[in-house]
Every structure is written in C-alpha cells, then in structure tokens.
Design a binder for this molecule. Structure first.
Ligand SMILES: Cc1cc2nc3c(=O)[nH]c(=O)nc-3n(C[C@H](O)[C@H](O)[C@H](O)COP(=O)(O)OP(=O)(O)OC[C@H]3O[C@@H](n4cnc5c(N)ncnc54)[C@H](O)[C@@H]3O)c2cc1C
Ligand code: SF4
Length: 465
C-alpha cells in the first residue's frame, strides 16, 4: 500500500460504554480495539525513517517498530518489541497522555489525525495477556549475587525492579500499603485502569523472582540506613511517590464528609468502599463538590457518580481553558453528567448540628493578569459569595512529598519542598541510594516515573557490577 493510500484510512474510533450506563458502573469505559481494527489502524503508520513520535515518548518506545509488526499481524513480535522499551504497556496504553506526547508529534497529525499509538499499545499488551503467548514470558536471569531494595511499588519502583531482575539482582520491594501498585491501584479508578491488569503486570515481576513485602513502611519498619548496613542490601531505590494530600486550609475542613481526594479514592479503589462488606465505612451521599480540575479531580468526580451520588460538581477557580486535566477526562466527565462550576472558589464549609457537612460557601472569581505558571490569576469578585448545599466534599488540589524518609535517613539531600535531590540517572547525594518518580519530580506521570525507575536501575547495575 502506498503512503497516499495509507493516508486515506481514517483514524479508527475506540468503542466505549454508553455514558448513561457507565456513569453507574465501575467497568472500563473504552472497550478496546478488535484485532481487525488494530491492524487497520496500524496500517496507517508511514514507518517514518526519522520517527517524530519516538521523540515525544519519555521512554523512547520504538513506535514504528512495534506498529509495523502489528500491521503484518505478527502480534507476538509486536509485543516482544514493545516490552523491550516499556515494562507496563497495558498500563501506559491506557493512562499515558498520548495527545501531548507521542501522538502530538506524529507526522500524520500535521494535516489530519495522528496514528492512535496509545490504543495500539493497549491492544498489543491486552492481546498478549489474553492469549496463550504468556507461556513464552521471560524467565528469571542467572543470579548476579547482588541484592537491592526498592521502596514503593508504584510505576517507578516496578520499572526499577524489572530492570534489576533482568540483570540477575535479588530484589525486595517494600510497600507501605496492603497491595502493590502505588497510584495505579489506589489512585486511578477501575473504570480507567482495571486492577486485574495491574495485578497481571505485578505477577510478571513475581515470576521473575521479585519479593514483595506489603504493609511494610520503610522509615518505621527499617530505616534506609538499616536496609544498607544491617539487612544486606547493596543498593536502595526510593520510589515512594508524592502522596501526601494538600488541603484548602479553610474553616470547616475537619467536618465529617470532607475528604482529600487521596483518602476518597483509596477508600474506594483499594478498600472497596462501594461494597457493603467493605472493611472501611461505605461512602454515601447525595451531592458532592470536588475542588480542583486536574486528573485527580476528574477521577474523584466520576467515582462519586458511580458511588450513587445524584449530583456531582467540579468547583474550579479558573476557567475551562486553564483546567489541567486531560481533554479526554474532562469530556468523559461531562458526558457522564458531572457539572462544572467554573470561576468559583471555596471560602468555608458549613456544618450541621452533628458535625456533618451541609454546604460550602463559594466566591465568584474573574481572571486577571498571568501568574508565575503563565495562567491568568483568579481574582475574587467583591460581594459574590454563594452557598452550595453538599453533603460530601473532595479536595483534589494535588499532593506533596511525605516527610518520613527525609526525617529518618541520614544525609539524604532534599529540596526546600521536600523532594529528594537526584541526578538524571537517579543517583542521590547519599552513596548507594537512588531515587526517581514523583518523590524527585513532584506529581508527574506514570511513564515519567517508569523512565526514572529504569534509568536508576541502569545506574545501580553500572555502579555495582
Ligand atoms: C488520582 C490520580 C490519577 C492519575 N492519573 C494519571 C494518568 O491518567 N496518567 C498518568 O500518566 N499519570 C497519572 N497520575 C500520576 C501518576 O500516577 C504518578 O505520577 C505516578 O504513579 C508516580 O509513580 P511513583 O512510582 O513515583 O509513585 P506512586 O505511584 O505514588 O507509588 C509510590 C508507592 O510508594 C509507597 N510508599 C510511600 N512511602 C513509602 C515508605 N516509606 N515505605 C514503603 N512504601 C512507601 C506508596 O504506598 C505507593 O504505593 C495520576 C495520579 C493520581 C493521584
Ligand atoms: S510519526 Fe506517526 S506515521 Fe511516523 S512512524 Fe511515528 S506513528 Fe508512524
């Protein structure tokens, strides 16, 4: 097929659950490509000699390479090619912001629509997982006699563990929570990233020999210094994320019914608060307000709908143009019935006689001059306060670094905001201690955290072998 003919094929749509149905269930929203659709979409790729898409990918996946194999219907070859560069393709195919990464660079996007790289990545990984091909999965490498500890089992820790296991390291992953996966299990909801997919990726690491120690908070159970000096680990990678919630710091924030998005999502994703037999009290209510407009806010609002809330509001102090969430997430939230209350800022919460939330007082805003972030600064409109009756409020203003490891590790250099200082390869100022992911950069993305974990593993291998 000539390039002209390829360019006439339209970008293949992703089938999705109907908004009216999915707003009340936790099943995944996009349903995935069929094999025929995936092969047709793969055929659109021009296999450019200097592929711009690869420069847009933080881990430099050989995009035309795996897509060309897919177009030839060599599905196991496509998977083998993909997994060389990305150890969690089923996850990244679902949650990476492709529209601002690889797909934003695709040459086809200049005049039309880019190749649906993310959807093809997802298809390739899902096909592999659902087929008997898994029997051909990698086998553990010959032991190198080296032993490393990974603190945190989010994407940075998992990617680091994977590289170290491939190099024959004995790897122990310490995880504070009772399930491994970090934000992939406790933050991103089931309807965007089914948990059995994360589990399958983690099972792959276990098959390679990783030991997971759950309910193990480093800094309390062992310090980093003890892991190095007493427990026999020659290197420690810290991938502890930035999961410490930020609050509004306004009156009434301690009322029952006010949650951080972190607590709200963890209770529902990890502790199954939507089930009557849950270990945590079920979260119930009629009207919820979510403060913030990033991906976490969209996830919280869409989760609240699925918990049975009748009305869910996103309250944001700027306008639609400044909303930091992915366009697709905003679109999905709107389709499902989330209401957007823009240019509005919470001022105080009002409680009832039992200490429960009954309303939030908000203030109208208007946009002034751009601030340090380049976005126009929201300025309060005088005498514009109004009351929004809600029984649940979810504060989704972002997160910061947990101070525990900083406080319990000798000589661990950190920035003023509490993030660990590490170079591009993950080396910290402390010998044999490496770090990467959100604990170094602040909240970022899954693929950036994975890239950091992989580079740190390569540095560990280089330094120790
Ligand atoms: C709700 C939500 C939605 C998001 N959606 C997206 C998205 O769609 N796409 C995207 O690319 N990114 C998204 N992100 C961001 C992305 O998930 C993070 O950037 C990424 O998970 C960071 O990976 P990490 O490995 O650094 O840390 P995390 O994923 O935060 O994992 C850190 C792990 O370390 C554990 N831990 C912490 N301290 C200790 C300790 N002392 N001892 C032992 N264990 C410890 C934690 O329990 C956690 O499991 C989202 C984030 C949130 C919160
Ligand atoms: S830029 Fe687009 S068309 Fe070119 S190789 Fe990458 S995905 Fe294919």
């Amino acid at each position: 097929m000539t390039n002209q003919e390829k360019m006439k094929i339209p970008r293949q749509a992703m089938p999705e659950q109907d908004p009216a149905v999915r707003r009340r269930n936790f099943k995944e929203v996009p349903l995935g490509y069929s094999k025929e659709t995936a092969v047709l979409e793969a055929t659109r790729c021009l296999n450019c000699p200097n592929p711009r898409c690869v420069t847009g990918c933080p881990v430099r996946v050989n995009i035309p390479g795996f897509i060309a194999l897919l177009a030839r219907e060599d599905l196991s070859g496509a998977y083998a090619s993909l997994i060389k560069d990305n150890s969690l393709p089923a996850v990244c195919g679902r949650v990476c912001p492709q529209e601002s990464q690889c797909e934003s660079m695709c040459i086809l996007g200049l005049k039309g629509e880019p190749v649906a790289i993310g959807r093809l990545e997802r298809f390739t990984a899902d096909y592999h997982r659902n087929s008997s091909r898994q029997e051909e999965d990698e086998t553990p490498s010959a032991p190198s006699g080296k032993k490393a500890a990974v603190v945190g089992s989010g994407p940075s820790g998992l990617a680091c563990a994977y590289e170290l296991l491939k190099a024959g390291f004995a790897v122990t992953v310490f995880e504070a929570l009772h399930e491994p996966g970090g934000v992939l299990v406790y933050g991103i909801p089931e309807f965007r990233l089914p948990k059995d997919i994360v589990k399958a990726e983690i099972d792959g690491l276990k098959k390679l020999g990783a030991e997971f120690r759950l309910d193990s908070l480093v800094g309390r159970l062992y310090t980093i210094d003890e892991l190095l000096e007493e427990e026999g680990y020659q290197a420690v990678f810290i991938g502890s994320g930035a999961g410490y919630p930020k609050f509004l710091k306004i009156e009434g924030e301690n009322l029952n019914g006010v949650y951080s998005s972190n607590e709200f999502l963890t209770r529902i994703n990890l502790m199954k608060a939507y089930r009557e037999d849950s270990v945590t009290p079920p979260i119930k209510g009629k009207r919820a307000a979510v403060f913030g407009a990033g991906n976490t806010a969209m996830d919280s609002a869409r989760t609240a709908l699925r918990m049975g809330f009748e009305e869910v509001f996103i309250v944001y102090r700027r306008s639609r143009e400044e909303m930091p969430a992915r366009a697709e997430e905003i679109h999905h939230a709107e389709e499902e019935g989330v209401k957007f209350m823009l240019l509005s800022n919470p001022v105080r919460f009002l409680g009832d006689e039992k200490g429960g939330l009954k309303a939030v007082v908000c203030q109208r805003m208007e946009l002034g001059e751009p601030d340090a972030s380049g976005r126009r600064r929201p300025v309060p409109v005088p005498d514009s306060e109004f009351e929004l009756p809600v029984d649940t409020a979810i504060v989704a203003l972002g997160t910061e670094a947990n101070p525990l490891l900083r406080q319990t590790t000798s000589d661990l250099a950190c920035s003023e905001r509490g993030y660990i200082i590490a170079d591009e390869d993950g080396r910290t100022k402390k010998a044999r201690v490496y770090a990467g992911g959100d604990i170094v950069t602040g909240s970022a993305t899954v693929i950036k955290a994975m890239g950091a974990g992989k580079r740190a593993a390569q540095a560990i291998i280089k330094d120790l072998m």
